[in-house]
Ligand binder design. Structure first.
Ligand SMILES: Cc1ncc(COP(=O)(O)O)c(C=O)c1O
Length: 432
């Protein structure tokens, strides 16, 4: 039976060559998604721009690919900003996000000259206005708003509902207050508004309802404060499928629905259509990635067989965080089906937590110790969320193109785990 190939490379060989667990990214899938953004958003609608939400996955190589593909980059921290800048990513194409930005982050964004800062609240706006004034450097900003719409997704990855910690509510006085403050401050240039409803969403209803609610707010801001929204950023959140056999979620499903709603609502309200932007993360990178694990143990209990692998929640906390759903195959016989009569098979990680379950009910045939399993759709929010729980080393990332695999992030070593580890003098021993 043929092995699983990813980006033209044999996954069994990748596991043998680079070790496991291993994140494997197919460069051609990432580039195809960026091309789809250009074709179905940037080239289709006037005054459109798009950034890749780098929280999904960021290394310097990823920043290079995104730059070459003509997208901007959304960053939320000093670390993401530093990674982007050290890859030579143009600062003018970076947007600085974050729901609790530190002064150091705002200063770094101003010093770098990022294209836009998305301001999350009033307090941040005041701090930013002072920092910008001190430098006499103008900050281009969008105000993040909470459209008050609940998308169909897990509560932990919904962001645009009433009471969310992100942004300013559309109703009430906070938004007009922020707009007034931004217009008053000399070194703040308020371009418009931003919303992001949530993540892993497969139906554009919540995005469309958000657009309509935001246009109503745009009208109020125009009438009450004379402020015209020049740009509307509509966030990301477009879903990624859990197996390559499922239908691809086209960007146009969201882009067309949001743009048609925006044009219609602006026409009804007598407003000019603003410039538009979006910032998908997982939709660009998630399906490009798989994670390869080696089976360490198979434990058959009454009613359940546990397949324990050499990674888990340390390299992929998403199932434990918000019940993310995955699918897996055996890399040396990917087409083999589970036993129809078989008991439930759970693919579990090696961490000391009962909740370290990668797949609760895995459609796997009987597997043997030492075989390689491939978990699909792991390009987003795995490497970027990985930790060192149980002092596990973070896996390597390889990028594959035309069958050629290269390491773009090295596997952590045991010595890496000790970097920065200090023993106080009173506990020191010779040889430490
Ligand atoms: C403001 C903002 N934009 C974009 C994204 C990207 O979301 P996704 O990866 O689901 O497209 C997020 C995710 O948390 C976000 O908070």
């Amino acid at each position: 039976m043929p092995h699983l190939f990813w980006g033209g490379a044999d996954c069994v060989e990748l596991a043998a060559r680079f070790g496991t667990p291993l994140y494997v990214l197919d460069e051609s899938v990432i580039r195809a998604r960026c091309a789809e953004v250009r074709r179905d958003f940037l080239d289709r609608w006037p005054n459109a721009s798009a950034s890749y939400a780098s929280k999904a996955f960021l290394t310097r190589t990823m920043a290079r690919i995104v730059e070459e593909e003509g997208l901007g980059l959304d960053v939320v921290s000093l670390g993401e900003l530093h990674t982007a800048l050290s890859a030579g990513f143009p600062a003018s194409r970076i947007e600085m996000h974050g729901s609790a930005k530190s002064e150091a982050e705002l200063n770094a964004a101003l010093d770098a000259g990022v294209g836009c800062i998305v301001v999350d609240g009033l307090m941040e706006l005041e701090v930013l206005a002072d920092l910008a004034a001190r430098r006499e450097r103008r900050a281009e900003i969008l105000l993040r708003v909470t459209p008050g719409v609940a998308p169909h997704t897990h509560a932990y990855i919904a962001t645009g509902h009433q009471g969310s910690k992100f942004g300013l509510p559309l109703d009430g006085d906070l938004l007009p207050q922020a707009v007034r403050l931004a217009l008053d401050r000399e070194f703040i240039s308020l371009r418009g508004l931003h919303f992001h409803v949530g993540s892993q969403i497969f139906d554009p209803t919540a995005h469309v309802r958000s657009v309509i609610r935001v246009v109503e707010a745009m009208k109020r801001l125009r009438e009450e404060l004379g402020f015209r929204v020049l740009e509307l950023n509509m966030g990301g959140g477009f879903g990624a499928r859990s197996h390559p056999s499922e239908p691809h979620v086209p960007l146009s499903l969201f882009a067309d629905a949001m743009m048609e709603a925006l044009e219609r609502a602006c026409r009804v309200e007598g407003l000019e259509v603003p410039a538009v932007s979006m910032e998908p993360g997982r939709w660009i990178v998630s399906e490009a990635g798989i994670t390869l694990y080696r089976v360490e143990t198979v434990k058959e209990l009454p009613g359940v067989t546990y397949v324990g692998v050499d990674g888990g929640m340390a390299d992929n906390p998403r199932p434990a965080l918000y019940q993310a759903v995955y699918r897996a195959v055996v890399a040396n016989r990917p087409e083999e089906l589970p036993d129809s009569e078989g008991t439930k098979v759970s693919m579990v990680g090696k961490c000391c937590e009962t909740g370290d379950i990668l797949i609760e009910e895995a459609a796997l045939p009987p597997v043997r110790r030492g075989e390689v399993l491939a978990l699909f759709n792991t390009g987003a929010y795995t490497f970027s969320m990985a930790g060192n729980y149980n002092r596990l080393c973070r896996p390597a990332v390889v990028l594959v193109k035309g069958g050629q695999a290269e390491v773009i992030a090295e596997r952590q070593t045991l010595d890496d785990l000790l970097r920065g580890d200090r023993i106080p003098q009173r506990l020191a021993r010779r040889g430490d």
